[in-house]
Design a protein around this ligand. Structure first.
Ligand code: NAD
Length: 508
């Protein structure tokens, strides 16, 4: 099928966000029409937000798990009831096709509900095992909120991605000050306003607006922890700024995810997942499939199916397109460069080509025979492109998949060895016989290694990320072998020695 909109293919893209007169102005990425404007945060306004958040956080923690759960579940109900409203805003501000926007909210509400329902079980006070050497002490562990969490988000999943930190931080009893991407401030403001309907008493979730400078102010504002999601380059700046106050950080950065197809795979399913994983959200997904390594026995069949599917995708600025516009003007140059490098270095484009990127629209592009050293294989492209390489074994596929500094997600297709191959990937998450599925299971932690960052959102680890371990040891009876006192005797130390030898002295 041909592109839905030819008009958008001819014009060079308008900018998607700007600051004028102390206001941040967000615009539609294809038309350039203004969508919203907000005052840009200053050092004073950020400090005031954090101070308000600190008081609100103490109140929110005091509500307890049950009441926080009730409020968060109400929040997720309101979001669910208003999906068409927010999806339309996501389309006009970020260019995201309506179906992609709708699916994003589906997954987001699942996470909010999971965090709300599981916070007490994961973080609440519980006993931990004692010690045979000193049985008089009982251990109690709980995870107390940090206080105020700063959250800095990207634009590509403007509700799902920041909510991976925000919902879990709130469920853990923290207040949050959120800085959305300058490309999607209205989406951020929308859900913060909805939350304030559910929690009108105190500013437990606040928002500040601006470009990188506002994010930098938040890093230095004295928040108790900073959760960042965005590019690796910015993640490093965030860490450096947070280091000034020893503010702990969680960094969720970019990726270059690979999909591996073994000889025994369901090739049709693998091609379908590769196509969707590479092209959904116009390839602007941190866990987007950007590379495929395919066993030589099924390579031709896989390539034929991907090419066939890619050729049928609709692309353009129509909200019903399969592949929508590229939101950030700067990213269009990166996509263009990666395709150009791949072709100049001996690669071939089976779909798309040197002129795939025109204005804000990038055409789905399938590349083969691209050297592993090419930017198209090594760097995050963040566009609707995929490189496909033939491999002779799964050892070769795993080695090539692991040969990039990123380590976020990945996918493996194999009828017999999926989990075995998945465990060999140096990434935080892997989907077996699917793509992206780890992100929709709220109980699975999400995050990367290497240049993809560290720390985890989602799941029990995602809740613990927003609580500080509070360890309490309680004496419950007098000591039979007193050791933690200067009143210890030679006899008690000897007895202690005998017990330690008994417990730990054997070689097996
Ligand atoms: P970005 O790094 O340009 O911006 C992210 C956020 O950081 C924005 O809100 C921005 O205003 C802010 N920022 C910029 N400079 C800053 C500074 N010096 N100090 C503090 N904050 C600053 O990223 P982006 O273009 O918005 O998002 C795309 C990137 O995000 C891609 O690399 C993608 O892979 C990554 N991403 C990662 C995940 C994940 O979970 N690992 C999820 C979504 C997106």
């Amino acid at each position: 099928m041909t592109p839905i909109s030819d008009g958008a293919l001819t014009a060079d893209a308008p900018g998607a966000s700007s600051v004028a007169g102390g206001e941040l102005i967000s615009t539609n990425p294809t038309t350039g029409d203004e969508v919203a404007r907000f005052p840009v945060a200053t050092a004073d306004s950020v400090a005031a937000a954090v101070a308000r958040g600190r008081a609100a956080g103490a109140w929110w923690e005091g509500l307890g798990y049950a009441e926080r759960k009730r409020r968060l579940l109400r929040f997720r109900s309101l979001l669910t009831q208003r999906i068409p409203e927010v999806a339309a805003l996501m389309t006009s501000e970020g260019g995201k096709p309506s179906v992609d926007a709708t699916l994003e909210v589906f997954v987001t509400v699942e996470h909010i509900a999971w965090a709300a329902r599981n916070a007490r079980k994961v973080l609440g006070p519980h006993r931990v095992p004692g010690s045979l050497l000193q049985p008089e002490y009982a251990g109690r562990l709980e995870y107390r909120p940090y206080g105020v969490i700063g959250v800095i988000g990207p634009w590509n999943y403007p509700i799902f991605t920041p909510m991976g930190s925000i919902a879990y931080a709130l469920a853990a009893g923290n207040a949050v000050v959120f800085k959305p991407s300058e490309y999607t401030p209205a989406v951020g403001q929308w859900f913060v306003d909805v939350f304030q309907e559910v929690v009108p008493e105190h500013p437990v979730l606040q928002i500040i607006h601006g470009k990188g400078e506002a994010g930098s102010l938040l890093c230095r504002s004295g928040v108790d922890k900073l959760a960042f999601t965005g590019s690796t380059a910015t993640g490093k700046k965030v860490m450096a700024a947070c280091a000034e106050n020893l503010t702990p950080v969680l960094v969720e950065c970019g990726g270059k995810d690979a999909l591996i197809v073994d000889a025994d795979a369901d090739v049709a399913a693998a091609a379908d997942a590769a196509l969707w994983g590479a092209m959904t959200n116009a390839g602007q997904s941190c866990v987007g499939i950007e590379r495929a390594y395919v066993h030589e026995r099924v390579y031709d069949d896989f390539v034929r199916r991907v090419v066939d599917g890619a050729g049928k995708l609709t692309y353009g600025d129509h909200p019903g397109s399969d592949v929508g516009p590229i939101t950030m003007p700067g990213q269009r140059e990166v996509i263009k460069r990666h395709i150009g490098d791949a072709l100049a270095e001996g690669g071939r484009a089976l779909v798309g080509g040197p002129d795939s990127v025109r204005g804000p629209i990038a055409r789905p592009t399938v590349l083969v025979d691209v050297p592993e050293t090419s930017s198209a294989v090594c760097e995050e492209t963040f566009g609707p492109t995929i490189t496909i390489a033939r491999v002779s074994s799964m050892d070769e596929a795993v080695a090539k998949a692991n040969a990039v500094p990123y380590g976020l997600g990945g996918a493996v297709f194999s009828r017999r060895n999926g989990v075995r191959i998945a465990r060999r990937l140096r990434t935080g998450m892997v989907a077996v016989n699917s793509a992206f599925s780890f992100a929709v299971l709220p109980s699975l932690p999400f995050g990367g290694v290497g240049q993809s960052g560290f720390g985890r959102i989602h799941g029990a680890d995602g809740l613990r990320e927003f609580g500080r371990a509070s360890s309490i040891a309680v004496r419950r009876m007098p000591s039979t072998v007193p050791l933690l006192t200067f009143r210890r005797t030679e006899k008690s130390v000897k007895l202690g020695h005998r017990i330690v030898k008994l417990l730990h002295g054997r070689s097996k």
